[in-house]
Design a protein around this ligand. Structure first.
Ligand code: DX5
Ligand code: ZN
Length: 225
């Protein structure tokens, strides 16, 4: 049985001056998860925000907070992001030498563990940690900035991840350049969680934008006509 289709808007594309209200707005607009992009200016060439900001907006939605750590090292901050209200914490395979240990640490904190890989990183890096993860995130842009174009070669990577997952209870998420135009192909390749920043926040029409992405993916999954 395929896993449920979920739409996870990235608050990186929100107006940071009113971040709490933005979280409430995407919640009310029908999102499934809230995707939280954390950048350190070291692992990626941009800085976003840390656990204190996340904690201050946590109360604005009861939905799943899906934290994507683009930071290196990640281990010293896992507890802070768990305490700040993350439900899922995802780390990069490129972020340190001890990915296996980091994933164990996330689970020991009582959180779901996710692993992700940059567009230039091979799926084989996941093979030895697959039994420790609840989610695999395929990056479809080089992380660091919202508003980039989807890298088409990552569609084959999504299919390869689906083959590796082989029916295990693991969500397959895609992040970067996701729009209503490519959501169908992404869903067909095997992803069930679609992250979108610009495509959700553009024009202020959050509800319509989320629905457009969801409908395109649901159609490709054969769930609606
Ligand atoms: C990229 C981030 C993404 C990004 C998505 O570094 O991890 O979550 O904000 O933004 P869009 O949908 O605009 O590509
Ligand atoms: Zn992200």
């Amino acid at each position: 049985m395929s896993r449920p289709l979920l739409i996870a808007p990235s608050i990186l594309a929100a107006d940071f001056a009113k971040l709490g209200d933005e979280v409430r707005a995407i919640d009310e607009a029908g999102c499934d998860w809230i995707h939280v992009d954390v950048m350190d200016g070291h692992f990626v060439p941009n800085i976003s925000f840390g656990p204190a900001v996340m904690q201050s907006v946590r109360g604005y939605s009861k939905k799943i907070f899906d934290t994507h750590l683009m930071i290196s090292p990640c281990d010293p901050y896992l507890e802070a992001f768990a305490k700040a209200g993350s439900d899922i914490i995802t780390i990069h395979v490129e972020s340190g030498a001890h990915v296996h240990r980091s994933l164990q640490a996330i689970r020991a904190l009582g959180k779901k563990a996710g692993v992700t890989l940059n567009p230039g990183t091979s799926v084989s890096t996941l093979e030895n940690v697959i039994d420790l993860v609840d989610l695999i995130l395929v990056m479809s842009v080089n992380p660091g900035f919202g508003g980039q174009s989807f890298i088409p070669s990552q569609l084959d990577k999504i299919s390869a991840v689906r083959a590796l997952v082989a029916g295990r209870p693991i969500d397959i998420e895609v992040d970067g350049g996701v729009t209503a135009d490519n959501a169908g192909a992404i869903a067909k390749a095997g992803a069930n969680v679609l992250v979108a920043g610009s495509a959700v926040f553009k024009g202020g029409k959050y509800k319509e934008n989320i629905a457009a992405i969801r409908n395109a993916a649901a159609q490709a999954r054969g769930e609606i006509a």
